[in-house]
Design a protein around this ligand. Structure first.
Ligand code: SF4
Length: 237
C-alpha cells in the first residue's frame, strides 16, 4: 500500500463510523439518549489519541490559521508532557491548562476539521447533558461521584464514563485497522496525541521518514528528541 491508499482507506473508515453513529443518533432508543450537537464542545478539551495516518490526513489540509493555532499549543503541550509524573496527571493537566483543541472554531464551538476529525472524536457520543463532558471527576465530591457512577448503565456506556460504548468500540477497531495497514506497509506504525502528531507532520513531513521503515523513523525521532512522554507510541513489526 502507499500513503494515498492508506489515506483513502482511512476516509472509508471515517464514513463507516459516521454512518453507524448517525444510525444510533436517529434510532428511537429506549435504553439511552444521545446529547451531542454542533457547538457543544466540552469534550474537545480532552486529550485525543489517533493513528499517524489520521494526523497526516489532517496535516495535509490545514489552512495557515489552523497551522498557527496548532503551533501555538506546542510549547505548553511539551511542558505538560515533561512535567507530568504519570499518564493520569498528564491527562488532567492537558485538560486544565491547554485550553482545548487547536482545531476548535472559537466563534461557534464547532470542529474546524470536521470531515477529517479523528475516529476517536467521531466515536465519542455522550449519553448525558454536555455539561457532564466538562467535569473533572477528581474535583467532584465523593457522594456526587458515587451518585453519577451508580446512574450509569455499564452495559451501554464505556464505564466509568458516560460515553456510548458501541461507537467507541467500532472507533478503536477502525483505528487498529489503520495501524495494522501502516505497519504492514512501512514495517512501522506510529500513534499518539493528535496535536503532537499533526505538528510533527507539518514541521518535519514525518510521513516521508516513516516510509523508510522502523529504524529510520526511530533514529529520526531520537536524534531530534521528539519522543516526549505520553505523546508518541512507535511500533515495529
Ligand atoms: S478534532 Fe475536532 S472534534 Fe476532535 S477534539 Fe478537535 S475540535 Fe473537537
Amino acid at each position: 500500500m502507499s500513503w494515498p491508499e492508506l489515506l483513502e482507506n482511512l476516509s472509508a473508515s471515517g464514513r463507516q463510523l459516521d454512518q453507524q453513529t448517525d444510525l444510533l443518533c436517529q434510532t428511537e432508543n429506549t435504553q439511552f439518549q444521545l446529547f451531542c450537537t454542533k457547538g457543544c464542545s466540552n469534550c474537545c478539551t480532552l486529550a485525543v489519541n489517533c493513528s499517524f495516518v489520521e494526523a497526516v490526513a489532517i496535516a495535509n489540509n490545514l489552512s495557515a490559521d489552523q497551522r498557527q493555532a496548532l503551533t501555538a499549543k506546542l510549547p505548553l503541550l511539551r511542558q505538560i508532557s515533561q512535567q507530568a509524573e504519570n499518564l493520569k496527571e498528564f491527562l488532567r493537566q492537558f485538560r486544565a491548562q491547554l485550553g482545548g483543541c487547536p482545531f476548535l472554531a472559537v466563534e461557534d464551538g464547532s470542529c474546524s476539521i470536521y470531515p477529517l476529525r479523528p475516529l476517536s472524536c467521531r466515536a465519542l457520543l455522550s449519553t448525558r447533558n454536555s455539561s457532564w463532558c466538562a467535569v473533572d471527576f477528581a474535583d467532584l465530591h465523593p457522594q456526587e461521584k458515587e451518585a453519577f457512577l451508580s446512574s450509569l448503565n455499564p452495559e451501554i456506556v464505556a464505564f466509568p464514563t458516560h460515553y456510548l460504548a458501541t461507537s467507541q468500540e467500532l472507533g478503536l477497531e477502525l483505528e487498529s485497522v489503520s495501524m495494522v495497514a501502516m505497519r504492514d506497509t512501512f514495517s512501522v506504525a506510529l500513534s499518539g496525541n493528535l496535536i503532537y502528531q499533526v505538528w510533527l507532520e507539518t514541521e518535519f513531513q514525518l510521513s516521508k521518514v516513516l516510509a523508510q521503515g522502523f529504524a529510520a523513523t526511530r533514529q529520526f525521532i531520537e536524534e531530534r528528541k521528539l519522543d516526549l512522554p505520553f505523546l508518541l507510541q512507535l511500533q515495529g513489526r
